[in-house]
Design a protein around this ligand. Structure first.
Ligand code: FAD
Length: 454
């Protein structure tokens, strides 16, 4: 069902990413009418699948899924999509402090003192994260202390060797696409806990990088949008939401839409760029100012074959002294073409998003060649997506909390404002930052609205 007979919908959903589309689908299942307004000319938001010259589809946005990500796995099953295991055989490479080392498990290639320091630190993090109640991280026993500390400060207190610090920074950038000085320890622990801990979050087999969706992750949103049909309006950026006891009026570039409720399913930073009348309560507004997006440029190069495999390499690289911070083999199993994917992350991504695309390409390929030889510098095809340059994402993977945000304003993350409800992966209590979290958040917001409509 789309909008009601009088042109008013039960809910107007802002954003056709996984969160908004899931919320809409859940409401339609309950027989409510919805209108979904999407700023871009496509659905899927932070997922974006690209067709290469050889016909293979690669993901320039969200890609991997893994165990315990029950919601995304369920959706993959619902739409009968196949998944591809991430290739992980052979030697990983790690470059820390100017030295490249190899091992089947990248971190084990670190000098032994650095490795044991890092493992001790991970052990401590595992103990700390389990003390956090995921619905209310600000109620954790040491919440104020942890939220007043940056991850950078904690790292300096905990790790002494340069190699352990460098590896920690690289991992943090890979997970959050931000700098350790930019996020609070409490937020960091909450995120780790929401994803089931360090091993789960960083792992391939049994972890968050275990599989990807054949044909690309954006299909999930495209299939959800197909179900919703005409109720999804593209190229309709929402500029203003007026709300009172009787309903909401949502103004977009393509028209004005009325509804009983609104679900704003976009990152908090972008939600803060919409004009609200009456204005948002001070604490909700403050929250939207304190969750800056991470930054990443995802770069994929293809070759006639995955030649690094024959040389014994898995394709995985973790580095703190290149522009590209980490790399994976991105070859599709049945394809003869080989593919490498690299991520520029954090501050480096912000800097390099301002550079010429050709400079970026040259630099990324030089980084690939450092690890896999000259052949890696001469691809069949090269594609990239700089998420900081995308107006309707403003960065990626997600909005991260700065120090003081979780304890000061964390309770405003999901708390509805009048008839406005909030969704988006940032609001999830499990797998926040991930596609799975986005779906969970959409279900939660739909449930809240559905109860009020009933
Ligand atoms: C490079 C990269 C790699 C990633 N890797 C992974 C991964 O391997 N695994 C994983 O699970 N997750 C990954 N993620 C994260 C994952 O893609 C996101 O968590 C998820 O897609 C977020 O979905 P969402 O619906 O919450 O938000 P979004 O996808 O951002 O959807 C919000 C939608 O709202 C639209 N919008 C914004 N403002 C407005 C407005 N004012 N009016 C109307 N529409 C608006 C946007 O265009 C967008 O379509 C990655 C992301 C990136 C970018």
């Amino acid at each position: 069902m789309t909008e009601g007979e009088d042109g008013r919908s039960d809910a107007v959903v802002v954003g056709a990413g996984l969160a908004g589309l899931t919320a809409a689908r859940e409401l339609v299942k309950d027989d409510y009418s919805v209108t979904v307004l999407e700023a871009r000319d496509r659905v899927g938001g932070r997922t974006l699948s690209h067709r290469l010259a050889d016909g293979e589809r690669v993901d320039l946005g969200g890609q991997w899924i893994g165990p315990t990500q029950d919601r995304v796995n369920e959706l993959v099953e619902t739409y009968d999509l196949d998944t591809i295991p991430q290739f992980d055989d052979g030697l990983d490479q790690i470059a820390i402090d100017g030295v490249v080392k190899e091992h089947e498990d990248a971190l084990r290639a670190l000098p032994s003192a650095a490795y044991s320091e890092l493992m001790d630190a991970f052990g401590r993090l595992e103990t700390l994260r389990t003390q956090i109640p995921l619905e209310e991280p600000y109620s954790a026993p040491n919440a104020e202390k942890w939220d007043g500390t940056t991850v950078e400060a904690w790292k300096r207190e905990t790790l002494e060797t340069t190699a352990a610090r460098g590896a920690f920074d690289s991992l943090l950038r890979a997970l959050f696409t931000t700098e350790p000085s930019e996020i609070s320890l409490l937020y960091f622990l909450t995120y780790l806990h929401a994803g089931g801990g360090i091993e789960r979050i960083t792992g391939v087999e049994g972890g968050a990088q275990e599989r990807r969706i054949e044909g690309g992750a954006q299909q999930l949103s495209q299939l959800l949008a197909n179900e919703l049909g005409d109720s999804v309006q593209l190229e309709s950026p929402v500029r203003a939401v007026t709300h009172d006891d009787s309903g909401v009026i949502v103004e977009s570039d393509t028209g004005t839409y009325t509804g009983s409720f609104a679900i704003v399913a976009i990152p908090p930073t972008l939600a803060g760029r919409i004009t609200y009348d009456p204005p948002l309560p001070a604490r909700r507004d403050a929250l939207t100012q304190r969750m800056p997006m991470g930054a990443t440029i995802k770069c994929i190069a293809t070759y006639e074959e995955p030649f690094w495999r024959r040389a014994g390499y898995s394709g995985f690289v973790l580095t703190d002294d290149d522009v590209v911070g980490f790399m994976f083999d991105d070859t599709a199993p049945e394809s003869t073409t080989g593919a490498l994917v690299g991520f520029i992350a954090g501050e480096t991504a912000r800097t390099w998003s301002e550079r010429e695309a050709s400079d970026r390409r040259d630099q990324v390929l030089a980084d690939f060649a450092r690890y896999f030889g000259e052949r890696a510098g001469d691809p069949l095809e090269y594609v990239e997506q700089s998420w900081s340059n995308e107006q309707w994402s403003a960065g990626c993977y997600a909005g991260n909390m700065t120090p003081g945000t979780m304890t000061g304003y964390g309770d405003a993350l999901r708390e509805p404002v009048g008839r406005i409800h909030w969704a988006g992966t940032e609001t999830a209590t499990q797998w926040c930052g991930y596609m799975d979290g986005a779906i969970r958040s959409g279900e939660r917001a739909a449930d809240e609205v559905s109860r009020r409509l009933a």
